[in-house]
Design a protein around this ligand. Sequence first.
Ligand code: ADP
Ligand code: MG
Length: 347
Amino acid sequence: DRNMILPRIRQLDEGAVNRIAAGEVVERPASAVKELVENALDARATRVTVDIADGGRTLIRVTDDGHGIDPDDLPMALSRHATSKIDGSDLLNIHSFGFRGEALPSLGAVGRLTITSRAQGSDGAATIHVSGGRIDAPRPAALRQGTVVELRDLFHATPARLKFLKSERSETMAVTDVIRRLAMAEPGVAFALRDISDGGERILFRADAAADMTGRMAAILGRAFTDNAMSIDAERDGFRLTGLAGLPTYSKGNSVSQYLFVNGRPVRDKMLTGALRGAYVDVLARDRHAVAALFVTCDPELVDCNVHPAKTEVRFRDAGIVRGLIVSGLRHALAGAGHRSATTTAE
Ligand code: ADP
Ligand code: MG
């Protein structure tokens, strides 16, 4: 078409960039909770409390007792690709949950975000607010220690996203699931999730600091599981597998009770769940699923967790080794438990 106006190329403004990035990082309240709790854990918090209202849609507030943020760094925390966790020189060697510096600016683009923090060793706290991408100047505030991040009215500026949210009940369940998984990964940290809709205060989840992984699993998955689980500890070519795997007699009708972690990060990964299934294939009926909480640990260089912004997918440099480790590690434990023969199931 001769009359077409040639479109010119322009740089998107930071607000637009943040809203686009937010679309990937923040799908629903649970993804915001995941980012904020991971930040608390990266700050070495020993206690993390999450308050939500209306399934997280109107309010998410995460309070931690971690090392806090220097008041001078508060505006920086809200700017894109700004992080205290890596210096960018070694993307293969990551030990923190976060490293992209995307969560806070994204949340500030899709909700009303207030961060109040007191840096370790500092004698005062400061607060900063951002809404619709507009950042207010930081102000002095009162806070004894740590950080409080409050996110109100998630997706108020993006009605399309708001419409895709599920019922309050199912958003609340997704939030609970995120916290349960992170709590499994960090047994020494005390977690609480409270629903404070309508001025009430209902505890949805609570886990006190536990002495070890088994204690934490008993608190979250129940004594019945830990009493009917095998302790796993196997190693192969730089990969280690630890955790608890249920006896075949303690199987379930679905796979929702399979929790997998890579270097302390909760993940969902087809290869790992496939390996778990493979390990039990001889001892479980086709329609039964093992209950398990398994931790793969390795040198960070052997796994890439940078596959997706939400970081729940991973890519191993050598998936075959990990698969073999899981299958042989679990089969060895099953053999030891004397359950290699086909077994009937409990539930
Ligand atoms: P990332 O976690 O990838 O670094 P975020 O946008 O989630 O990016 O956070 C930006 C920065 O803000 C972090 O690198 C950290 O320095 C600081 N920060 C965020 N939340 C907290 C917190 N709860 N306690 C201490 N510092 C925090
Ligand atoms: Mg983060």
